[in-house]
Ligand binder design. Structure first.
Ligand code: SF4
Length: 357
């Protein structure tokens, strides 16, 4: 896969675009003014691998919380602001690393100039976030089209460029996957700014993950996309996990363990569904790249999953532990997960010396 050559933009300690790896981001769903809840959620997001976090800043109360949220934070903090340029100025003053604001929506030129100058002084990038649900009326007279999304983004881009501001990222989000795919492709022909990609309002964990995987995955496979946000209705930690699964499936990132499990069939003689579920939960705590297989039968399992670092293959009331397709030992079914985890610990300790997993 050849990635599009986008311009790199510095967002705190994270580079977005250029040759930087595709970063994973999310957005808190706590009340931003509730510092304790917001910090706790950001802590869980970071643990899951979130590299950029965005918070909604709808009012001055939220702005006042920003310094305390930012204090000691190890990843860049982005303020998401709609319409009110005073909130943008205050958020910049409060020390955020980036803004998501559409310059065409914040009023007269003097207001835009004020925000752009403040962002320039603090080297804060601005993400233009075009959303299919809130396009300018004149652009949707003939319906919601990819051209309308692109046109809207370009209007905001021109405003910033005319003021000599180029630290720009762009997103063109829609809940309609073909619409957003076409829009990003069209925009890639017109600008070099890095793309924040995602399918907006994708839905709940199940449907939203699939929709996001199709939309984000298709763009990434075409080389488009510099930072990813999966939007799900629910705990944002799941967004981060899903984002990494998409990136791992395409070989773009290698965080954490990858679980391979067979669909089961008439040969399966163990409770593979429960075993795979338990293994998946325990692997979520592992940050090292590792391929783990959970296969239903000893006849085909080790062979089908020989590229896995370690795996189990079920027999009748028992199973095999195997590494790289080689069988290591036989264990009773009730000990399969424990023995697999011991083997994983062993592999990781071998890589790290004595570090704990
Ligand atoms: S690994 Fe065995 S049990 Fe699983 S699908 Fe393949 S043949 Fe069936």
């Amino acid at each position: 896969m050849q990635r599009r050559k986008s311009l790199p933009v510095q967002l705190g300690g994270v580079t977005v675009g250029g040759t930087a790896p595709v970063s994973v981001q999310s957005m808190t769903n706590t009340d931003t003014a509730d510092v304790a809840a917001t910090r706790a959620q950001i802590g869980r997001l970071i643990e899951a691998g979130c590299e950029i976090v965005r918070v909604a800043v709808p009012d001055q109360e939220a702005v006042r919380a920003l310094p305390a949220i930012k204090q000691g934070l190890t990843i860049p903090l982005v303020a998401d602001i709609h319409f009110d340029y005073r909130l943008a100025l205050a958020a910049i003053e409060a020390g955020v690393d980036g803004l998501r604001i559409n310059p065409g929506n914040i009023g007269g030129r003097d207001k835009v100039v004020a925000v752009v100058k403040a962002a320039q002084q603090k080297h804060i990038p601005i993400r233009i976030g075009v959303n299919a649900g809130s396009l300018e009326k004149d652009l949707v007279q003939e319906g919601l089209t990819p051209q309308a999304l692109v046109q809207s983004a370009l209007r905001h881009v021109v405003i910033l460029e005319e003021l000599g501001f180029f630290d720009i990222k762009i997103s063109l989000k829609a809940s309609d996957v073909p619409l957003m795919l076409t829009a990003y492709r069209m925009l890639a022909e017109k600008v070099d700014y890095p793309f924040h990609i995602g399918v907006t309002e994708a839905g709940t964990m199940f449907a939203g993950s699939i929709k996001s995987a199709v939309g984000i995955g298709a763009l990434l496979w075409e080389g488009l996309g510099d930072t990813v946000r999966v939007s799900l209705t629910g705990d944002p930690v799941q967004e981060v996990r899903v984002a990494y699964e998409i990136l791992k499936a395409l070989g773009l990132r290698s965080r954490g363990a990858e679980l391979i499990s067979c669909p089961t069939c008439g040969r399966t003689r163990i409770d593979l569904v429960s075993i795979a579920g338990e293994v998946e939960q325990r692997l979520a705590l592992i940050n090292q790249p590792l391929k783990v297989a959970v296969m239903g039968c000893v006849v085909n399992g080790p062979g089908e999953a020989k590229h896995a670092d370690v795996g189990i293959a079920g027999g009748n009331g028992e199973g095999l532990i195997f590494c790289k397709g080689q069988i290591i030992r036989k264990v009773p079914e009730n000990l399969l997960v424990e023995e697999l985890m011991k083997e994983i610990e062993h592999i990781i300790q071998g890589r790290n010396g004595d570090e704990d997993i």
